[in-house]
Design a protein around this ligand. Structure first.
Ligand SMILES: [Zn+2]
Ligand SMILES: [Zn+2]
Length: 239
């Protein structure tokens, strides 16, 4: 039984379309018995979200609060098919945790599987990127086999996102494809609630059901234990 110890994907009211404060999110993670939480606010390319100054001031948020670990992170955006995202390498180096995802407000859907797979693979060469967020989005079709193979080679995790059924209707088949391919190559996976309200923090039910269905071993899930997560993040960040 996989038991994620850290929620690696959460949002706060700073992004303009979520409803809780940073403190409420951390408190909720602690109350649920998690060992940590990732603050992964939407990057600056997302309309209505924060500016770089928000991430640059993370220093005031302690890395330990209410007895749990706090990761100062971001959910960056793919901005262009060439693989460019809304953070510079220098900015990424200041973060503890980096997810990169496709969002319709930043990257228009409608291109080919090959184009989106090339884009993600290109971005995965950036050291500081840890996780590809919700690669199950059917608006951005991918070659799951190639994505999982390259992610395994480059040491990146593919996310199994618990908000996908609500936020990305019809994403289940693509999620299954990603999981099958990840199983084949031993690709690392991550689990996140993608909570936009603190009551959803630590809600991993959909992700756990999909992982179980695909019979994914615990060792493949980066946030299934604290030592495993710390070792994973150390491969991309200097902290
Ligand atoms: Zn997202
Ligand atoms: Zn998100």
């Amino acid at each position: 039984m996989i038991n994620p110890v850290v929620d690696l994907h959460t949002h706060t009211l700073a992004c303009g379309h979520a409803y809780s404060t940073v403190t409420e999110v951390i408190r909720a993670a602690a109350d649920k018995g998690l060992a940590g939480v990732g603050l992964t606010e939407h990057g600056i390319g997302y309309p209505g979200s924060v500016s770089w100054a928000y991430f640059n001031t993370y220093r005031d948020i302690p890395r330990e609060m209410f007895g749990i670990r706090v990761y100062r992170g971001a959910e960056a955006n793919f901005m262009n098919l060439d693989g460019s995202i809304d953070f510079t390498s220098e900015q990424l180096r200041k973060l503890d945790l980096v997810i990169v995802s496709c969002h319709t407000d930043c990257l228009k859907p409608g291109d080919s599987k090959e184009a989106y797979t090339d884009m993600i693979v290109r971005a995965m060469h950036q050291k500081e990127i840890d996780i590809i967020g919700h690669p199950d989005n059917p608006l951005y079709p991918i070659d799951a086999d190639r994505l999982a193979r390259e992610a395994a080679r480059l040491g990146k995790a593919l996310e199994v996102n618990s908000s996908s059924p609500a936020a990305r209707p019809g994403s289940e088949p693509q999620c299954r494809e990603v999981l099958q391919a990840a199983k084949k190559y031993g690709t690392l996976l991550s689990v996140g609630s993608d909570a936009h309200y603190h009551l959803k923090v630590g809600d991993f039910s959909y992700s756990l059901r999909m992982l179980q269905e695909a019979d994914i071993p615990e060792e493949q899930v980066v946030n299934s234990s604290m030592p495993r997560l710390e070792a994973f993040l150390k491969t991309h960040h200097d902290v």
